[in-house]
Design a protein around this ligand. Sequence first.
Ligand code: GDP
Length: 567
Amino acid sequence: MLFHLGEMVTATASVADEVLELLGNEMNYNVQVVSPEEEDRELLDSFDISFGDEGDEEDWVVRPPVVTIMGHVDHGKTRLLDTIRKANVREGEAGGITQHIGAYQVQTELEGEERPITFIDTPGHEAFTAMRARGAKSTDIAVIVVAADDGVMPQTVEAINHAQAADVPIVVAVNKIDVEGANPAKIRQQLTEYNLVAEEYGGDTMFVDISAKQGTNIDQLLEAILLTADAALDLRANPNMEAQGVTIEGHLDRGRGPVATVLVQRGTLRVGDSIVAGDASGRVRRMVDEYGDDVTEALPSRPVQVIGLTSVPGAGDTFLVVDEDRVARQIADRRRARERNAELASRRKRVSLEDLDAALKETSTLNLIIKGDNSGTVEALEDALMKLDVGEDVELRVIHRGVGGITEGDINLAIADNVIVMGFNVRAEGKATELANREGVEIRYYSVIYQAIEEIEQALKGMLKPEYEEVELGRAEVREVFKSSKFGTIAGCLVMSGEIRRNARGRLLRDSVVIADNLPISSLRRFKDDVVEVREGFECGLTLGSYSDIKVDDVIETFEMREKPRA
Ligand code: GDP
Protein backbone atom coordinates (compact mmCIF):
# COMPACT_ATOMS: atom_id res chain seq x y z
CA MET A 1 0.00 0.00 0.00
CA LEU A 2 2.85 2.35 0.78
CA PHE A 3 4.40 1.68 -2.59
CA HIS A 4 1.14 2.71 -4.13
CA LEU A 5 1.25 5.87 -2.06
CA GLY A 6 4.64 6.58 -3.53
CA GLU A 7 6.69 5.70 -0.46
CA MET A 8 9.65 3.43 -1.07
CA VAL A 9 10.06 1.75 2.29
CA THR A 10 11.07 -1.57 3.75
CA ALA A 11 9.20 -3.41 6.47
CA THR A 12 11.22 -1.89 9.31
CA ALA A 13 11.59 1.63 7.94
CA SER A 14 10.22 4.68 9.72
CA VAL A 15 7.80 6.97 7.94
CA ALA A 16 6.53 10.48 8.56
CA ASP A 17 3.46 11.12 10.72
CA GLU A 18 1.41 12.24 7.73
CA VAL A 19 2.23 9.05 5.85
CA LEU A 20 1.07 6.95 8.79
CA GLU A 21 -2.17 8.89 8.99
CA LEU A 22 -2.69 8.44 5.28
CA LEU A 23 -1.97 4.76 5.54
CA GLY A 24 -4.38 4.48 8.45
CA ASN A 25 -7.10 6.11 6.38
CA GLU A 26 -6.51 3.72 3.51
CA MET A 27 -6.84 0.79 5.87
CA ASN A 28 -9.74 2.18 7.85
CA TYR A 29 -7.83 2.82 11.02
CA ASN A 30 -7.88 6.02 12.96
CA VAL A 31 -4.23 6.87 13.58
CA GLN A 32 -3.44 9.21 16.45
CA VAL A 33 0.06 10.64 16.69
CA VAL A 34 1.04 11.29 20.30
CA SER A 35 3.80 13.51 21.63
CA PRO A 36 6.66 11.94 23.60
CA GLU A 37 5.16 13.46 26.77
CA GLU A 38 1.79 11.88 26.13
CA GLU A 39 3.47 8.62 25.35
CA ASP A 40 5.34 8.78 28.61
CA ARG A 41 2.19 9.58 30.52
CA GLU A 42 0.59 6.52 28.98
CA LEU A 43 3.59 4.45 29.91
CA LEU A 44 3.32 5.56 33.54
CA ASP A 45 -0.44 5.07 33.42
CA SER A 46 0.07 1.46 32.51
CA PHE A 47 1.87 1.07 35.84
CA ASP A 48 -0.82 3.06 37.62
CA ILE A 49 1.59 5.90 38.35
CA SER A 50 0.90 9.53 37.73
CA PHE A 51 3.71 12.03 37.57
CA GLY A 52 2.69 15.39 38.97
CA ASP A 53 -0.10 14.14 41.22
CA GLU A 54 0.28 16.12 44.41
CA GLY A 55 -1.84 13.99 46.69
CA ASP A 56 -4.37 15.36 49.16
CA GLU A 57 -4.39 19.05 49.92
CA GLU A 58 -4.57 18.53 53.67
CA ASP A 59 -1.14 16.89 53.46
CA TRP A 60 0.46 19.93 51.86
CA VAL A 61 3.06 21.83 53.86
CA VAL A 62 5.10 24.91 53.04
CA ARG A 63 8.22 24.18 51.03
CA PRO A 64 11.25 26.40 50.36
CA PRO A 65 11.49 28.39 47.12
CA VAL A 66 13.86 27.16 44.42
CA VAL A 67 15.89 29.97 42.90
CA THR A 68 17.85 30.33 39.66
CA ILE A 69 20.29 33.19 39.18
CA MET A 70 20.31 34.67 35.70
CA GLY A 71 21.67 37.75 33.97
CA HIS A 72 24.25 39.05 31.53
CA VAL A 73 27.73 37.55 31.36
CA ASP A 74 30.21 39.07 33.82
CA HIS A 75 27.51 40.75 35.86
CA GLY A 76 28.45 38.55 38.81
CA LYS A 77 26.17 35.50 38.80
CA THR A 78 28.89 33.02 39.69
CA ARG A 79 30.34 35.32 42.28
CA LEU A 80 26.94 35.81 43.88
CA LEU A 81 26.30 32.06 44.06
CA ASP A 82 29.73 31.72 45.68
CA THR A 83 29.13 34.48 48.19
CA ILE A 84 25.76 33.09 49.23
CA ARG A 85 27.28 29.64 49.58
CA LYS A 86 30.12 30.92 51.74
CA ALA A 87 27.99 33.23 53.84
CA ASN A 88 25.90 30.34 55.00
CA VAL A 89 28.14 28.46 57.39
CA ARG A 90 26.03 25.86 59.05
CA GLU A 91 26.48 25.45 62.75
CA GLY A 92 29.16 22.93 63.56
CA GLU A 93 30.43 22.95 59.96
CA ALA A 94 33.91 24.29 59.54
CA GLY A 95 34.07 25.21 55.88
CA GLY A 96 30.43 25.76 54.99
CA ILE A 97 29.16 24.27 51.74
CA THR A 98 32.00 22.31 50.27
CA GLN A 99 30.53 20.17 47.52
CA HIS A 100 29.32 21.37 44.17
CA ILE A 101 26.39 19.07 43.63
CA GLY A 102 24.46 21.34 41.26
CA ALA A 103 22.23 22.97 43.86
CA TYR A 104 22.43 23.96 47.49
CA GLN A 105 20.21 25.11 50.30
CA VAL A 106 20.86 28.01 52.67
CA GLN A 107 19.09 29.13 55.83
CA THR A 108 17.75 32.64 56.20
CA GLU A 109 16.12 34.22 59.17
CA LEU A 110 12.91 36.06 58.40
CA GLU A 111 10.81 37.53 61.20
CA GLY A 112 12.48 35.31 63.75
CA GLU A 113 11.96 32.16 61.73
CA GLU A 114 14.69 30.08 60.06
CA ARG A 115 13.72 29.41 56.50
CA PRO A 116 15.64 27.56 53.80
CA ILE A 117 16.08 28.69 50.19
CA THR A 118 17.29 26.34 47.46
CA PHE A 119 19.66 27.71 44.83
CA ILE A 120 20.32 26.02 41.52
CA ASP A 121 24.09 26.22 41.31
CA THR A 122 24.37 26.76 37.56
CA PRO A 123 24.31 30.42 36.68
CA GLY A 124 22.57 31.52 33.52
CA HIS A 125 19.41 30.71 31.70
CA GLU A 126 20.73 27.79 29.64
CA ALA A 127 19.96 25.26 32.34
CA PHE A 128 16.68 26.98 33.09
CA THR A 129 15.48 26.83 29.50
CA ALA A 130 16.82 23.34 28.89
CA MET A 131 14.71 22.10 31.79
CA ARG A 132 11.72 24.11 30.72
CA ALA A 133 12.00 22.75 27.20
CA ARG A 134 11.50 19.30 28.71
CA GLY A 135 8.46 20.45 30.56
CA ALA A 136 10.18 20.34 33.93
CA LYS A 137 9.52 23.42 35.96
CA SER A 138 12.30 23.54 38.48
CA THR A 139 12.49 27.21 39.37
CA ASP A 140 10.09 29.19 41.56
CA ILE A 141 11.90 32.51 41.60
CA ALA A 142 14.46 34.07 39.27
CA VAL A 143 17.10 36.44 40.59
CA ILE A 144 18.17 38.69 37.74
CA VAL A 145 21.64 40.08 38.36
CA VAL A 146 22.42 43.43 36.73
CA ALA A 147 25.80 45.09 37.19
CA ALA A 148 25.25 48.67 38.29
CA ASP A 149 28.33 49.82 36.38
CA ASP A 150 27.14 48.27 33.13
CA GLY A 151 23.36 48.36 33.00
CA VAL A 152 20.76 46.29 31.19
CA MET A 153 22.40 44.17 28.49
CA PRO A 154 21.08 41.70 25.88
CA GLN A 155 21.28 38.64 28.13
CA THR A 156 19.61 40.59 30.93
CA VAL A 157 16.65 41.07 28.63
CA GLU A 158 16.80 37.43 27.52
CA ALA A 159 16.77 36.27 31.13
CA ILE A 160 13.82 38.51 31.95
CA ASN A 161 11.94 37.18 28.93
CA HIS A 162 12.58 33.58 29.94
CA ALA A 163 11.43 34.18 33.50
CA GLN A 164 8.33 36.09 32.44
CA ALA A 165 7.42 33.49 29.82
CA ALA A 166 7.63 30.80 32.50
CA ASP A 167 5.57 32.91 34.86
CA VAL A 168 8.37 32.98 37.41
CA PRO A 169 8.49 36.02 39.72
CA ILE A 170 11.67 38.09 39.54
CA VAL A 171 13.86 39.63 42.21
CA VAL A 172 16.43 42.07 40.84
CA ALA A 173 19.91 42.07 42.37
CA VAL A 174 21.68 45.27 41.39
CA ASN A 175 25.28 44.11 41.73
CA LYS A 176 28.71 45.74 41.91
CA ILE A 177 27.51 48.76 43.86
CA ASP A 178 31.04 48.96 45.27
CA VAL A 179 32.39 49.97 41.87
CA GLU A 180 32.95 53.65 41.34
CA GLY A 181 30.40 55.11 39.00
CA ALA A 182 27.84 52.43 39.82
CA ASN A 183 24.36 53.82 39.30
CA PRO A 184 21.66 51.63 40.87
CA ALA A 185 18.94 54.20 40.20
CA LYS A 186 19.63 54.01 36.49
CA ILE A 187 19.11 50.22 36.55
CA ARG A 188 15.70 50.71 38.18
CA GLN A 189 14.89 53.25 35.50
CA GLN A 190 16.01 50.97 32.65
CA LEU A 191 14.07 47.99 33.95
CA THR A 192 10.72 49.79 34.08
CA GLU A 193 10.75 49.25 30.33
CA TYR A 194 10.49 45.50 30.97
CA ASN A 195 7.62 45.77 33.43
CA LEU A 196 9.92 45.51 36.40
CA VAL A 197 8.97 48.47 38.54
CA ALA A 198 10.68 48.78 41.90
CA GLU A 199 8.55 48.86 45.02
CA GLU A 200 9.85 52.30 45.93
CA TYR A 201 8.47 53.54 42.61
CA GLY A 202 5.09 52.01 43.23
CA GLY A 203 5.70 48.71 41.49
CA ASP A 204 5.82 45.23 42.92
CA THR A 205 9.32 44.05 42.06
CA MET A 206 11.91 43.93 44.81
CA PHE A 207 15.28 45.46 43.91
CA VAL A 208 18.24 44.90 46.23
CA ASP A 209 21.55 46.74 45.81
CA ILE A 210 24.34 44.31 46.50
CA SER A 211 28.03 43.71 46.13
CA ALA A 212 28.68 40.04 45.54
CA LYS A 213 32.38 40.77 45.90
CA GLN A 214 32.20 42.46 49.29
CA GLY A 215 29.22 40.53 50.57
CA THR A 216 27.08 43.65 50.95
CA ASN A 217 23.31 43.22 51.46
CA ILE A 218 23.31 39.48 50.79
CA ASP A 219 20.94 38.95 53.73
CA GLN A 220 18.58 41.55 52.30
CA LEU A 221 18.60 39.73 48.97
CA LEU A 222 17.72 36.44 50.66
CA GLU A 223 14.93 38.15 52.56
CA ALA A 224 13.61 39.70 49.36
CA ILE A 225 13.47 36.23 47.81
CA LEU A 226 11.39 34.90 50.72
CA LEU A 227 9.12 37.95 50.77
CA THR A 228 8.54 37.67 47.03
CA ALA A 229 7.79 33.96 47.40
CA ASP A 230 5.30 34.66 50.18
CA ALA A 231 3.61 37.45 48.27
CA ALA A 232 3.44 35.93 44.82
CA LEU A 233 3.41 32.18 45.31
CA ASP A 234 1.79 29.55 47.40
CA LEU A 235 4.66 27.13 47.73
CA ARG A 236 3.38 23.99 49.31
CA ALA A 237 3.96 20.33 48.64
CA ASN A 238 2.93 16.99 50.00
CA PRO A 239 5.77 15.27 51.85
CA ASN A 240 3.67 12.18 52.51
CA MET A 241 4.00 10.44 49.20
CA GLU A 242 6.60 8.74 47.07
CA ALA A 243 9.08 11.32 45.91
CA GLN A 244 8.95 12.95 42.48
CA GLY A 245 11.04 15.71 41.03
CA VAL A 246 13.62 16.69 38.49
CA THR A 247 17.22 15.80 37.76
CA ILE A 248 19.52 18.80 37.93
CA GLU A 249 22.68 17.16 36.72
CA GLY A 250 24.31 13.80 36.34
CA HIS A 251 27.76 12.46 35.79
CA LEU A 252 29.77 9.32 35.91
CA ASP A 253 31.99 9.17 38.95
CA ARG A 254 35.06 6.99 38.80
CA GLY A 255 34.55 5.47 42.20
CA ARG A 256 30.82 5.76 42.77
CA GLY A 257 29.44 5.09 39.31
CA PRO A 258 26.50 7.12 38.00
CA VAL A 259 25.77 10.07 40.28
CA ALA A 260 22.77 12.34 39.84
CA THR A 261 21.68 15.43 41.71
CA VAL A 262 17.93 15.53 41.99
CA LEU A 263 15.58 18.15 43.30
CA VAL A 264 12.68 16.68 45.22
CA GLN A 265 9.48 18.51 44.20
CA ARG A 266 6.97 16.52 46.21
CA GLY A 267 7.07 13.53 48.50
CA THR A 268 10.03 12.38 50.54
CA LEU A 269 13.00 10.63 48.97
CA ARG A 270 14.58 7.98 51.17
CA VAL A 271 17.60 5.73 51.04
CA GLY A 272 16.40 2.36 49.79
CA ASP A 273 13.74 3.79 47.43
CA SER A 274 13.39 2.29 43.96
CA ILE A 275 13.77 5.15 41.56
CA VAL A 276 13.57 5.89 37.86
CA ALA A 277 15.05 9.09 36.38
CA GLY A 278 14.67 9.52 32.64
CA ASP A 279 15.88 6.23 31.24
CA ALA A 280 18.04 5.45 34.26
CA SER A 281 16.81 3.29 37.09
CA GLY A 282 18.10 1.85 40.31
CA ARG A 283 17.79 1.99 44.03
CA VAL A 284 18.92 4.90 46.19
CA ARG A 285 21.97 3.42 47.91
CA ARG A 286 23.25 6.67 49.37
CA MET A 287 22.26 10.31 49.41
CA VAL A 288 24.76 13.10 49.94
CA ASP A 289 24.07 16.78 50.54
CA GLU A 290 26.04 19.88 49.61
CA TYR A 291 28.15 19.51 52.75
CA GLY A 292 29.27 16.08 51.66
CA ASP A 293 27.25 14.54 54.47
CA ASP A 294 25.06 11.49 54.17
CA VAL A 295 21.34 12.09 54.45
CA THR A 296 18.65 9.47 54.85
CA GLU A 297 15.68 11.44 53.62
CA ALA A 298 15.06 14.50 51.47
CA LEU A 299 11.90 16.62 51.69
CA PRO A 300 10.39 18.84 48.96
CA SER A 301 12.73 21.50 47.49
CA ARG A 302 15.73 19.60 48.84
CA PRO A 303 18.55 18.89 46.37
CA VAL A 304 20.52 15.71 47.00
CA GLN A 305 23.06 13.69 45.19
CA VAL A 306 21.80 10.19 44.59
CA ILE A 307 24.08 7.20 44.25
CA GLY A 308 22.77 3.86 43.07
CA LEU A 309 21.42 4.45 39.58
CA THR A 310 22.61 2.07 36.89
CA SER A 311 23.15 4.82 34.31
CA VAL A 312 23.33 8.62 34.17
CA PRO A 313 20.09 10.55 33.66
CA GLY A 314 20.07 13.83 31.75
CA ALA A 315 19.66 17.30 33.21
CA GLY A 316 15.95 18.09 33.20
CA ASP A 317 14.83 14.44 33.27
CA THR A 318 12.08 13.89 35.76
CA PHE A 319 12.50 11.28 38.45
CA LEU A 320 10.02 9.33 40.49
CA VAL A 321 9.97 6.69 43.14
CA VAL A 322 8.13 3.46 42.41
CA ASP A 323 7.13 0.45 44.50
CA GLU A 324 9.57 -2.04 43.17
CA ASP A 325 12.93 -2.21 41.42
CA ARG A 326 11.25 -4.24 38.71
CA VAL A 327 8.85 -1.42 37.84
CA ALA A 328 11.66 1.14 37.78
CA ARG A 329 13.63 -1.08 35.46
CA GLN A 330 10.69 -1.67 33.15
CA ILE A 331 9.88 2.01 32.85
CA ALA A 332 13.53 2.83 32.15
CA ASP A 333 13.77 0.03 29.59
CA ARG A 334 10.67 1.20 27.78
CA ARG A 335 11.92 4.77 27.71
CA ARG A 336 15.31 3.68 26.45
CA ALA A 337 13.73 1.59 23.70
CA ARG A 338 11.64 4.55 22.66
CA GLU A 339 14.68 6.81 22.61
CA ARG A 340 16.56 4.31 20.50
CA ASN A 341 13.72 4.07 18.03
CA ALA A 342 13.58 7.82 17.75
CA GLU A 343 17.31 7.91 17.15
CA LEU A 344 17.08 5.28 14.47
CA ALA A 345 14.19 7.06 12.83
CA SER A 346 16.05 10.33 12.70
CA ARG A 347 19.06 8.58 11.20
CA ARG A 348 17.25 6.78 8.48
CA LYS A 349 16.64 8.79 5.39
CA ARG A 350 13.18 8.54 4.01
CA VAL A 351 13.18 8.53 0.27
CA SER A 352 9.92 8.62 -1.61
CA LEU A 353 9.74 8.93 -5.36
CA GLU A 354 8.94 12.61 -5.15
CA ASP A 355 11.73 13.08 -2.68
CA LEU A 356 14.24 11.30 -4.79
CA ASP A 357 15.05 14.33 -6.85
CA ALA A 358 15.46 16.46 -3.79
CA ALA A 359 17.50 13.75 -2.13
CA LEU A 360 19.93 13.72 -5.00
CA LYS A 361 20.76 17.38 -4.68
CA GLU A 362 20.15 17.19 -0.97
CA THR A 363 21.85 19.43 1.53
CA SER A 364 24.88 17.92 3.17
CA THR A 365 24.56 16.87 6.75
CA LEU A 366 27.19 16.65 9.43
CA ASN A 367 26.19 14.08 11.99
CA LEU A 368 27.56 14.20 15.49
CA ILE A 369 27.75 11.95 18.49
CA ILE A 370 28.45 13.90 21.66
CA LYS A 371 29.85 12.18 24.73
CA GLY A 372 30.81 14.15 27.82
CA ASP A 373 31.60 13.90 31.49
CA ASN A 374 28.27 15.23 32.68
CA SER A 375 24.84 15.75 31.26
CA GLY A 376 24.87 19.51 31.80
CA THR A 377 27.88 20.07 29.53
CA VAL A 378 26.65 17.62 26.93
CA GLU A 379 23.40 19.54 26.74
CA ALA A 380 25.06 22.94 26.79
CA LEU A 381 27.33 21.81 23.96
CA GLU A 382 24.47 20.41 21.93
CA ASP A 383 22.44 23.55 22.45
CA ALA A 384 25.29 25.79 21.38
CA LEU A 385 26.00 23.63 18.34
CA MET A 386 22.39 23.64 17.25
CA LYS A 387 22.51 27.41 17.30
CA LEU A 388 25.33 27.47 14.74
CA ASP A 389 24.04 28.93 11.54
CA VAL A 390 26.03 28.55 8.38
CA GLY A 391 23.19 28.77 5.94
CA GLU A 392 20.73 26.34 4.47
CA ASP A 393 23.04 24.15 2.46
CA VAL A 394 24.54 22.30 5.36
CA GLU A 395 22.82 20.83 8.32
CA LEU A 396 24.02 19.63 11.69
CA ARG A 397 22.41 16.66 13.36
CA VAL A 398 23.20 15.17 16.75
CA ILE A 399 22.31 11.53 16.39
CA HIS A 400 23.37 10.44 19.83
CA ARG A 401 24.47 12.00 23.03
CA GLY A 402 25.40 10.63 26.41
CA VAL A 403 27.47 10.75 29.54
CA GLY A 404 30.58 8.62 29.86
CA GLY A 405 33.49 7.45 27.73
CA ILE A 406 33.26 6.78 24.01
CA THR A 407 32.28 3.14 23.59
CA GLU A 408 32.40 0.64 20.77
CA GLY A 409 28.66 1.09 20.54
CA ASP A 410 29.16 4.79 19.76
CA ILE A 411 31.68 3.96 17.07
CA ASN A 412 29.37 1.37 15.54
CA LEU A 413 26.67 4.00 15.39
CA ALA A 414 29.13 6.37 13.73
CA ILE A 415 30.21 3.95 11.02
CA ALA A 416 26.91 4.21 9.20
CA ASP A 417 26.95 7.88 8.26
CA ASN A 418 29.16 10.86 7.97
CA VAL A 419 29.62 11.08 11.74
CA ILE A 420 32.11 12.85 13.94
CA VAL A 421 32.34 11.58 17.50
CA MET A 422 33.04 14.32 20.03
CA GLY A 423 34.49 13.52 23.43
CA PHE A 424 34.17 16.31 25.92
CA ASN A 425 36.45 15.61 28.89
CA VAL A 426 36.10 11.92 28.16
CA ARG A 427 38.19 9.43 26.20
CA ALA A 428 37.52 6.34 24.15
CA GLU A 429 37.28 3.21 26.22
CA GLY A 430 38.41 -0.34 25.56
CA LYS A 431 38.65 -1.21 21.92
CA ALA A 432 36.75 1.86 20.72
CA THR A 433 39.87 3.65 19.44
CA GLU A 434 40.99 0.57 17.57
CA LEU A 435 37.56 0.15 16.01
CA ALA A 436 37.41 3.83 15.07
CA ASN A 437 40.82 3.65 13.39
CA ARG A 438 39.90 0.52 11.53
CA GLU A 439 36.59 1.95 10.32
CA GLY A 440 37.85 5.44 9.63
CA VAL A 441 35.60 7.10 12.22
CA GLU A 442 36.80 10.47 13.33
CA ILE A 443 36.98 11.10 17.09
CA ARG A 444 37.72 14.57 18.35
CA TYR A 445 38.52 15.38 21.96
CA TYR A 446 37.75 18.65 23.66
CA SER A 447 37.88 20.21 27.07
CA VAL A 448 36.83 23.74 26.18
CA ILE A 449 33.33 24.35 24.86
CA TYR A 450 34.05 27.28 22.60
CA GLN A 451 36.88 25.38 20.96
CA ALA A 452 34.55 22.52 20.19
CA ILE A 453 32.01 24.91 18.73
CA GLU A 454 34.61 26.70 16.66
CA GLU A 455 35.94 23.47 15.15
CA ILE A 456 32.52 22.17 14.29
CA GLU A 457 31.65 25.49 12.72
CA GLN A 458 34.80 25.25 10.61
CA ALA A 459 33.91 21.70 9.63
CA LEU A 460 30.45 22.83 8.55
CA LYS A 461 31.87 25.65 6.52
CA GLY A 462 34.28 23.21 4.91
CA MET A 463 31.26 21.24 3.70
CA LEU A 464 29.82 24.22 1.92
CA LYS A 465 30.27 24.32 -1.79
CA PRO A 466 32.50 27.24 -2.70
CA GLU A 467 30.67 30.46 -3.40
CA TYR A 468 31.93 32.74 -6.13
CA GLU A 469 31.67 36.44 -6.53
CA GLU A 470 32.29 38.63 -9.49
CA VAL A 471 35.30 40.91 -9.34
CA GLU A 472 35.52 43.63 -11.94
CA LEU A 473 38.87 43.75 -13.70
CA GLY A 474 38.60 46.58 -16.17
CA ARG A 475 36.59 48.54 -18.73
CA ALA A 476 37.40 49.40 -22.30
CA GLU A 477 35.63 51.54 -24.89
CA VAL A 478 35.27 50.41 -28.47
CA ARG A 479 36.80 52.99 -30.82
CA GLU A 480 36.82 51.00 -34.07
CA VAL A 481 35.45 47.72 -35.35
CA PHE A 482 37.28 45.52 -37.85
CA LYS A 483 36.10 42.42 -39.61
CA SER A 484 38.77 39.82 -40.22
CA SER A 485 38.25 36.59 -42.10
CA LYS A 486 40.72 34.90 -39.80
CA PHE A 487 39.66 36.28 -36.38
CA GLY A 488 36.07 37.34 -36.91
CA THR A 489 34.99 40.68 -35.44
CA ILE A 490 37.81 42.59 -33.79
CA ALA A 491 37.13 45.47 -31.44
CA GLY A 492 39.74 48.22 -31.37
CA CYS A 493 39.54 49.52 -27.81
CA LEU A 494 40.97 52.02 -25.35
CA VAL A 495 41.27 50.69 -21.80
CA MET A 496 39.50 53.25 -19.60
CA SER A 497 40.12 51.67 -16.18
CA GLY A 498 41.71 48.61 -14.63
CA GLU A 499 43.09 46.18 -17.13
CA ILE A 500 41.85 43.85 -19.82
CA ARG A 501 43.13 40.30 -19.50
CA ARG A 502 43.10 37.52 -22.02
CA ASN A 503 40.82 34.65 -21.03
CA ALA A 504 38.89 36.82 -18.59
CA ARG A 505 35.12 36.97 -18.99
CA GLY A 506 33.55 40.04 -20.53
CA ARG A 507 30.19 41.63 -21.15
CA LEU A 508 29.19 44.11 -23.77
CA LEU A 509 27.30 47.28 -22.82
CA ARG A 510 25.60 49.66 -25.20
CA ASP A 511 24.24 52.87 -23.67
CA SER A 512 24.68 51.18 -20.26
CA VAL A 513 22.50 48.24 -21.27
CA VAL A 514 23.98 44.74 -21.22
CA ILE A 515 23.79 43.47 -24.81
CA ALA A 516 25.72 40.25 -24.27
CA ASP A 517 27.11 38.64 -21.16
CA ASN A 518 29.70 36.07 -20.24
CA LEU A 519 31.77 36.37 -23.41
CA PRO A 520 35.38 35.21 -23.42
CA ILE A 521 38.16 37.65 -24.22
CA SER A 522 39.58 35.09 -26.60
CA SER A 523 42.34 37.07 -28.23
CA LEU A 524 44.08 40.23 -27.11
CA ARG A 525 46.66 42.16 -29.08
CA ARG A 526 48.66 45.33 -28.95
CA PHE A 527 49.54 46.24 -32.51
CA LYS A 528 50.60 42.92 -34.01
CA ASP A 529 51.61 41.18 -30.78
CA ASP A 530 49.55 38.80 -28.70
CA VAL A 531 49.58 40.00 -25.11
CA VAL A 532 48.23 38.71 -21.81
CA GLU A 533 47.01 42.01 -20.44
CA VAL A 534 46.57 45.64 -21.42
CA ARG A 535 46.44 48.36 -18.82
CA GLU A 536 44.50 51.58 -18.38
CA GLY A 537 45.27 54.26 -20.98
CA PHE A 538 46.50 51.83 -23.66
CA GLU A 539 44.88 50.73 -26.88
CA CYS A 540 44.31 47.14 -27.88
CA GLY A 541 42.46 44.88 -30.24
CA LEU A 542 40.36 42.06 -28.91
CA THR A 543 37.79 39.50 -29.93
CA LEU A 544 34.86 38.25 -27.89
CA GLY A 545 34.87 34.62 -29.03
CA SER A 546 32.70 34.37 -32.10
CA TYR A 547 30.45 37.25 -31.00
CA SER A 548 30.15 39.77 -33.78
CA ASP A 549 27.56 42.43 -32.88
CA ILE A 550 30.07 45.03 -31.71
CA LYS A 551 29.65 48.74 -32.46
CA VAL A 552 31.73 51.85 -31.93
CA ASP A 553 31.16 53.39 -28.44
CA ASP A 554 30.16 50.03 -26.94
CA VAL A 555 31.78 49.36 -23.57
CA ILE A 556 33.44 46.06 -22.76
CA GLU A 557 33.53 45.24 -19.08
CA THR A 558 35.70 42.35 -17.93
CA PHE A 559 35.46 40.40 -14.73
CA GLU A 560 36.66 37.30 -13.03
CA MET A 561 34.83 34.89 -10.70
CA ARG A 562 36.66 34.58 -7.42
CA GLU A 563 35.93 32.19 -4.59
CA LYS A 564 34.39 34.11 -1.76
CA PRO A 565 35.88 33.56 1.67
CA ARG A 566 33.26 32.41 4.18
CA ALA A 567 32.39 34.89 6.87
P1 GDP B 1 29.07 35.89 35.60
O1 GDP B 1 29.59 35.79 34.21
O2 GDP B 1 27.79 36.66 35.66
O3 GDP B 1 28.98 34.60 36.34
O4 GDP B 1 30.09 36.85 36.37
P2 GDP B 1 31.18 36.49 37.48
O5 GDP B 1 30.55 36.10 38.75
O6 GDP B 1 32.19 35.58 36.88
O7 GDP B 1 31.79 37.94 37.71
C1 GDP B 1 32.45 38.63 36.68
C2 GDP B 1 33.52 39.51 37.28
O8 GDP B 1 32.93 40.52 38.08
C3 GDP B 1 34.47 38.77 38.20
O9 GDP B 1 35.77 39.27 37.99
C4 GDP B 1 33.96 39.09 39.57
O10 GDP B 1 34.98 39.04 40.55
C5 GDP B 1 33.45 40.52 39.37
N1 GDP B 1 32.40 40.86 40.34
C6 GDP B 1 31.29 40.12 40.62
N2 GDP B 1 30.56 40.75 41.56
C7 GDP B 1 31.20 41.91 41.84
C8 GDP B 1 30.92 43.00 42.76
O11 GDP B 1 29.93 43.03 43.49
N3 GDP B 1 31.81 44.02 42.74
C9 GDP B 1 32.92 44.02 41.96
N4 GDP B 1 33.74 45.06 42.02
N5 GDP B 1 33.20 43.02 41.12
C10 GDP B 1 32.36 41.97 41.06
